[in-house]
Design a protein around this ligand. Sequence first.
Ligand code: UTP
Ligand code: MG
Length: 577
Amino acid sequence: MASSFRVCGSHMSGRGRVLTQFQIIDRCLQRTFGTNVVAAAQSEAPKKEEIDDREGFKTFDAAQSERQEQAERSVLVSCNSTTNEQRFLKYLSRHGDVKKCFFYESYGTYAVVEFAKQESIASLQEVITIPVVNHECMLPFKSRLLSLRSGPSADLPNSQMGPQCQPQTTMPIQELIHRLSKEESIDQQIISLTESYQLTEENTRLRFLVCSLLKDIAAAYFPECTVRPFGSSVNGFGKLGCDLDMFLDLDSISGRKAKMPKAGLALEYQMKRTNSERAVTQSILSVIGECVDQFGPGCVGVQKILNARCPLVRFNHQPSGFQCDLTANNRVATKSSELLYLYGRLDPRVRHLVFAVRCWARAHGVTSSIPGAWITNFSLTVMVLFFLQRRSPDPVIPTLDHLRGLAGPADKSVIEGNDCTFVGDFSKIPPQSNTQTLEQLLHEFFDFFSTFAFGRMSINIRKGKEQNKPEVAPLHIQNPFEPSLNVSKNVNAPQLERFVALCQESSWLLQQSETSLPDARRSAPTPWGLAALLLPSQVAGLKGRKKRKREPASERIKSLLESLKKNSHQKKSSDPK
Ligand code: UTP
Ligand code: MG
C-alpha cells in the first residue's frame, strides 16, 4: 500500500513522523488559516521538537480574535466584472493602506477590502453617499456593505480582463472523482479531497466579515455585543459552501453581575424581567431578526425559528451567498467547535479522515443540508473522532476526559452546569504513537462501523469507549458537553441501516483495491480507491428495505470490475511472449 507519508520521504515512527505529517497538512492549512501559522511551523520543523511545532498553531481563542479584528477593518464592496482593480485600490488607499483585497462572484462581483488600520473605515464612511433611485425610498441604515459607482471611462476597456475572482464553491462531484482518479495512492486521494473541499483563506475571511456586518446591526440595540462564528466555519472541518453558524454574544453586557455594596453607594441598571433564559434568548432573537429583516442590506428570506430547542434566526446573506443561522446564548456549541478545532490540529489525519467520510456520506445521501432523519455532519465528525480514539494498540487522538485532565486553571469552563473544561494549549498534549496511513484508517473506519453494536451501544468521545445505550433511539451519540443529549436523536432505523450497508460495501471495495489493483491504480480515468467509493451505490437507493448482506453490486462495483479488466488486458499486452 502506497502512503502519502512515505511518498513524502518521512519516517513512519517516532517523532519524525508527526513532524512530516504536519508538513503534509501545511499545504492545506496554508489556504485556510493563513501563511503565518504554516510558515512558522515549516521553518522550525527541522530544528525543533514536534512538541514545539504544535506551539506554532494558534489556540482557538487567539485565532478567532485575530480574524474578528481583521474583519472589523474590512468592507464588502459590490463592483462589476469590468472594475479596474488598480484604480479601485488607488481610490481606496486615499483613506489608508489596503492590507488585502480579493474579488469573488455571488450574484455579481464583490470585493473584500481589508484596511491596515481601523481609522480608514471612519475616513471612508465620511465620503460614502446615499443612493438616489427614482420612485424608491431607502431605509437609512449605513453598513459596511457598499456599492462601487464608476463612470464608463473608469472601467476597464473591453479588451482587458476584469479582476480575477476567488472561487467560493466546491467543484462538482464528477470533477472531484476525475481528479482523485488521477492520484497515485489512496492517501494522496484523501489529501487531495481535503484540499479541494476545505474552506479557503478568502472564504474564511468572508465568513468573519459577514459576522462583523451582522454585529453592526445588532449593535444598534446592544452596542457591546459580538457576533462569533461557530460550527464548521471555524472548527477546521468546514467545506466551501457550508452554512454560517453565528452566535450573538452579549456576555460583555450581561456578564457583569451586581454585588450588594458593603459600604457606600452603587448603581445598577433597571431591566425588564422574564421567567427563563430561554425567554430572554427568544426576545433578543425576535428583535434582532426583525432588524436583520427590515434593515440588513443583502439579508433575504429571514425566518425566526424561535421555538426550536436552540432558537435561531435563519436567512440568506446574498452578497456572500451564505445560508446563515444566528443564535444567542449558545456557548456550549462554541465550546464543541473549539474541541473539534483542537482535535483537528492534533494530528492532520483527523481532518483528512473527517473530510473523506463527510464527502463519502454526502455523495450517498447519508447526510443532507435539508433537515431530516439523516446523520448530520456534526454526528459524523464525532463518529470519526470516536473511531480514532478506539484505534488499538495506539489511539490517534486522546479522549475528552484525558484532555480535561491536562487542563490548567485558565481552561476551566462550566456552562449552564455542564463541565466544558479541556486543555486549550496544544503543547501540553503528548503526541500519540499511532502510525497508520490514511488508507488503513479509512478502511478500518468502514470495518469498525460495519460491525458496531448500534443496537446496544452509545458512542462517547468523553470516555473514548462505547457505553450502554440509555435510550431506544437507533443511533446514540452522546453530546460531548451535554451528556444527557443525543446528537443523533433525529436518525431513524432505515437511515442507520443504509449507513451500515454502505460501510460494508465500501470496506469490500477498498479490500479489492488493496489486493487486486496495484497497476490499475495508475490507469486513470477509471475511478478507483476513494474515487470509486464516491460513485453512486445501489445500497444508497435502499430505503427502509431489509438489511443487505455482503453482496455489493452497484456502479461502484462495476467501475472496479472494469478497471480490473483493463488491468488484465494491459498485463496481457505487456507480457513477453
Ligand atoms: P451544524 O449542524 O451546522 O453542523 O451545527 P456543522 O458542524 O456546522 O456542520 P455543517 O457543515 O454545517 O453541516 C453547528 C454546530 O452546533 C453544534 C456543533 O458545535 C456544531 O458544529 N451542535 C450541533 C451541537 O452541539 N449539537 C448538535 O446536536 C448539533
Ligand atoms: Mg454548520
